[in-house]
Each structure stands twice: as C-alpha cells, then as structure tokens.
Design a protein around this ligand. Sequence first.
Ligand code: OSB
Ligand code: MG
Length: 371
Amino acid sequence: MKVEAITLREIHMPLVQFFETSFGRTYDRRILLVTAHCEGVNGWAECVAGEDPFYSSEWIETAWLTIEHYLAPALLGQELTSGADTCTRLARVRAHRMAKAALENALWDAEAKQKQLPLWKLLGGTRREIPCGVSIGIKDTVGQLLDAVATELSAGYQRIKVKVKPGWDVNILQQIRSRWPEIMLSCDGNSAYTLNQSNHLRDFDRFNLLMIEQPLWNDDIYFHAQLQKQLKTAICLDESIRNARDATQAVETRACRIVNIKVGRVGGFSEAIRVHDVCQANNVPVWCGGMLESGIGRAHNIALSTLQNFTLPGDVSASKRYWNEDVIEPEVEVSAQGTIRISDEPGTGYRVREDLIEKLTVRKKTLGAGG
Ligand code: OSB
Ligand code: MG
C-alpha cells in the first residue's frame, strides 16, 4: 500500500446544542480531517484534537502543523504493509498522539477498503451490535439537565453520563437518582477535583454510580490510586491513559477499575488495541469514549467498539445528537434498545459525503511525495 498523497482539511460544523465540561463550553466544532491517497483507494480519518488545548495539550493547530511538517513526510512515498505499520514509522515524533492517530486510522481505513474487508474485522472485532450511552454536558439549569436525561432515556440509551464539577455534582446526581433510581448512571469530572476533596468525592458513593471518570489531574495515576482506596465507586480513567504502559500502571496500582479508550488519545488503532488487551488480561472492562466527532471519527469508534472487552456502553451515540446533517451516509443511528448494529460492508460501512465535506471546508492542503 503506497502512500501517494495526504490531504488535510479543516471543516466547520456547528453543534445542534452546546456541550459544556468542567473545562469549558463548545458551540462549534473545527474538525481536522485526513485523507490518505493510496493507489486508487482513499482512507479517511478524523483528528479528535479540539479547538483549544483544554482537554489535552493538543489542539487543531498543533495537529495540523505536526502532520504537515513531520508525520505526513514520514509516510509519503512509502510502501506500507498495513495500517498498523504506520505506528512504528511515526514513533520518532514524541507525543502528538491525536495527530498520529488521524494518519494511522486513515491508513487502516485505506487497508480495509483495499482488502474489501469491514474495518471492524481488520481490527479484530467480534461484536455485531454495540451498547450505547450518552454524555450529557453541564447545562444552565438543573431543569434543563433533567429534561436532557429524560430525552436520552426515552430514546433508549443504556447509560447516562453527566459532566460534573464542584458546585454541579452532588446536587444534580441527587436529583437524577431520586427520579430514576435504577438507571445505569456515571459522571465525568475531567480533572476538576483534587485529592483534598476526597471527602466530597466519597459523598458520590451514595448514588450507586457505575463509575466516576477522571476526577483528578489529567496526567495522574498515583493519586487516583490513593483516591480509589477511599471510594466504593469505581474510578474510570480517561485523560491519564495515553498508551498501554499507562494502562498497565493504572491497573497494577489499582488506580481505576474501568478504562475509557479513545483512539485519538492513545495515538491510533494499534495502541487502542494494546490498551484493550492489557485491560482484558486484567479483567478490567473498557468502553469507547467520544470527542464530539463527526461521522468519520464516529464510524471509527463504532468499529473499535466491536472488540471483545468493550463490555460497557460507550459514549458512541447517534449523529443527530450532534449535527443537523452528518458527513457520512447513512448517519449513525441508535436503536430503541440503545444499540448500534454493525455493518458487514467493506470499510466502515458508512460512505463519506465528499460533496458536503467540500462545502464545509475552510482550508485544505494536499501533500505529495517529494513535497
Ligand atoms: O471527557 O469524555 C470526555 C467531549 C470532549 C472532550 C472530552 C470528553 C467529551 C465527552 C463527549 O464526554 C463524548 C461525546 O459525546 O462525544
Ligand atoms: Mg472523559
């Protein structure tokens, strides 16, 4: 599989509704898409770096520049044996995992299309249907949050996750639990707390949560292990897990009992599979996180979620929760049972709408072999 050219483009997509976490509010997405042109086949992927360096240090501008100046040149004109082969060729560049993932995943996509295989099979998946949850952001009022929970439950979603921060946590969890005592409920702090607040976090134990996601520092494992000892509720790590070594460390030190896998956060499908395998070998269940992706990243999350140890509902939900019109056809739909059926089509099973993407594009650059 020869990499003849790589196209970078930025598209703008307004969210149907703003999304707020402990680190800020997003109304419009600026999304970096990557296309790998390989001997008549185009592999597509989405870089999940955000508009700002708030979730992680990467953001769209660093990802664009790193791909343009370092990562794409390491691949252009090269003959790759597989999508997985991309990973080792990019290893010289430190970190920039979301930028690397976009390239690696575009090449897995190209490989699947070239071999006429479903991407999920190429990744080693087995599930034919995946369980779905939703992530509900911080709202202006508690009433709006309760309405959002009611809407998602009636749509069939199997698990509700709410974003929390000091001042928007115990009060809302209390109200959700008293109205829905039995639902699968979790919360995500996105690093809004410190270990000094462990008494406060212990108070969450009375809500019978499936997990508390990333309560402490984004780069921490050690203090999460200290906190986990004090809590009944399982901690789930998101930001802290950058690779399979982090997963091993977290599992062996008992810093968490559940892991959120985001393919962009760990640098691509190869590392995501390794994180999955480490967790599986240690009986730690995983689920697939989300980064407000367009259909292109969403389709990749769906494929990854077919691996065996993705036993918990992911933040992989329907296109219409985010977009008036998604960039794939068909759009991602979730059944009344809160599941997504996996397609048998080659590639992702979702066709990229290049016409619509062209209209949403605000900048575009094609990089060829030889500069
Ligand atoms: O922490 O999981 C997170 C969105 C942006 C950045 C971080 C996170 C999230 C979400 C949204 O929770 C998940 C989604 O619906 O895509
Ligand atoms: Mg999270």
